[in-house]
Write a protein that binds this ligand. Structure first.
Ligand code: ADP
Ligand code: MG
Ligand code: ZN
Length: 473
């Protein structure tokens, strides 16, 4: 029997606001435990939460970036449950009326565009962290009250690979808006995946399980693949899938039962009595809309249309706002999109990953790269020289012009100088000359390599090739 896979994802994104959602404590990561806490986030009786305006700004931003409707009249709710790292005994969240709803994210699957509906995006606060060690469990409450957005998709995803692409696309959008860095290792982006299967073509959805504990997008994909297969075996054996929460175990590559899935009535949601309703008017939405940057999809499209980049290059160069900005800033100094695109894609990204820096803090500035590429474009230096110059620029911060001048790296395009060098090389390699003349013409690359070695990569390639072909012919 053939089966349809049905997946819906719940993604939590931790906001990078300066302070927490309902108190003035700093949002921090990696600081000593329990150093960013106060009566409000510690849940002392009688303390009162105050909503952080920046959290609402962030929620509206993401809502607009994902084509959601923004709710005018918002309330908050208490989601009650006991956990050692949740001193209040409840999370402040939104229940019936999330701030954003009815949105979508477009993803590219095998060359086709697919629209994944967003049911809702709501504001909530994070819990603290339990740290399980050999001496027992310790609790760090620094994270208590950190603002989160929960982004809930419609069950529109129909393959584990689509879930992977959706997560990447969503991450790109969130990072463009600047509200979170979406770092899965540090927990600033987390994903719970819901999955069910049903006989192909049937309308009614099957019973779902919920997968937790995946710490990378690839693991989400793996866990979903495993779980789809597990459910298929259960159903084909004539048994039924139980609705439950499963943990992905990275070591054994399988899902394990964690608990039976709670229903929302288990949380005893009720309206948060300590926060007044939040009203968002059109002017507020308008202010946020005008602060939104061009989003990845639009930017990618513009890169292909305006600069003639390939789909693939445009996608890569627009994947991160900082990289896209770097690319376009460089064009302001030297407008050669294809050349610049290639160098950003190949060399600058390499330098950034080697130095662990972001594009905005690149050791080679966009203008400095443009300076180098001008020398390359007008044939002052060879591509090979350009690479070594770039590495030196990254290491020393010097300008291309200074390095080229100080080291005498200008391209050698003087044919008499090249001719005499080539004469010598041919004399030193009689056997290769013989083989070349016997038809092994791919040895040309060997000779070019020798010339490059003899000139430290400075020989004009085209001219070298011409002289070699003439002398060997
Ligand atoms: P809960 O808090 O109980 O997990 P939510 O409404 O927050 O419920 O999230 C439900 C998620 O599960 C959504 O992403 C939704 O698309 C998805 N979902 C709901 N029903 C199914 C199903 N039968 N199969 C797969 N996914 C489902
Ligand atoms: Mg859930
Ligand atoms: Zn606090």
């Amino acid at each position: 029997m053939d089966w349809d896979i049905v997946i819906g994802l719940e993604v939590h994104v931790q906001l990078n606001t300066k302070t927490k959602a309902f108190c003035a404590c700093k949002v921090s990561y990696g600081d000593p435990p329990n150093t960013h806490v106060c009566p409000v986030c510690l849940g002392y009786p009688g303390s009162l939460p105050v909503l952080n305006r920046a959290v609402v700004d962030s929620a509206i931003k993401l809502g607009l970036a994902t084509h959601c409707r923004i709710r005018e009249y918002n309330t908050f709710a208490r989601k009650n449950y006991f956990y050692p790292d949740l001193p209040k005994g409840y999370q402040i969240s939104q229940y019936k009326d999330p701030i954003c709803y009815e949105g979508y994210v477009d993803i590219a699957v095998r060359g086709e565009q697919k629209r994944i509906g967003l049911t809702r995006i709501h504001i909530e606060e994070d819990a603290g962290k339990s740290m399980h060690g050999e001496d027992g469990t310790l609790v760090d409450l620094n994270r208590c009250g950190t603002p989160l957005l929960e982004i809930v998709s419609e069950p529109d995803i129909h393959a584990p690979e689509e879930a992977y692409t959706y997560l990447n696309t969503l991450k790109q959008i969130v990072r463009y808006t600047g509200i979170s860095d979406c770092n899965m290792e540090e927990g600033s982006m987390r994903c719970d995946a819901n999955i069910s299967i049903k006989p192909k073509g049937r309308k009614a959805l099957g019973t779902r399980t919920e997968l937790k504990n995946m710490n990378s997008f690839r693991n989400v994909e793996r866990a979903l693949k495993y779980e789809a297969e597990r459910q298929r075996k259960v159903l084909e054996s004539g048994a039924a899938v139980t609705q439950q929460t499963l943990l992905w175990d990275e070591q054994s590559n399988q899902t394990k039962a964690m608990r039976s899935k709670e229903d929302s009535h288990d949380y005893r949601y009720f309206p948060e009595p300590d926060l007044s309703p939040l009203r968002i008017d059109d002017a507020w939405i308008g202010r946020i809309r005008s602060s939104l940057p061009e989003l990845p999809d639009a930017r990618k499209k513009r890169f292909t249309e305006l600069y003639g980049l390939t789909e693939e290059d445009a996608a890569l160069l627009s994947s991160e706002k900082e990289i896209a900005d770097y690319f376009e800033n460089s064009l302001q100094t030297f407008n050669n999109p294809r050349l610049t695109g290639n160098w950003v894609k190949n060399e600058i990204l390499r330098i950034l990953s080697e130095s662990g820096k972001s594009a905005a803090e690149s050791p080679v500035t966009p203008a400095a790269l443009a300076g180098l590429l001008q020398f390359l474009h007008n044939n002052t230096i060879t591509p090979q020289t350009a690479k070594t110059v770039l590495d030196e620029m990254a290491a020393t911060g010097k300008a291309a012009a200074d390095i080229i001048r100080d080291k005498g790296l200008e391209q050698i395009s003087d044919s008499s100088e090249l001719e005499s060098l080539i004469e010598t090389i041919l004399k030193e390699n009689p056997a290769e000359c013989e083989r070349y003349r016997g038809g092994e013409t791919k040895l040309l690359a060997f000779f070019i390599g020798q010339v490059m070695r003899g000139t430290k990569g400075k020989a004009d390639q085209t001219l070298t090739r011409k002289i070699l072909e003439k002398k060997l012919g």
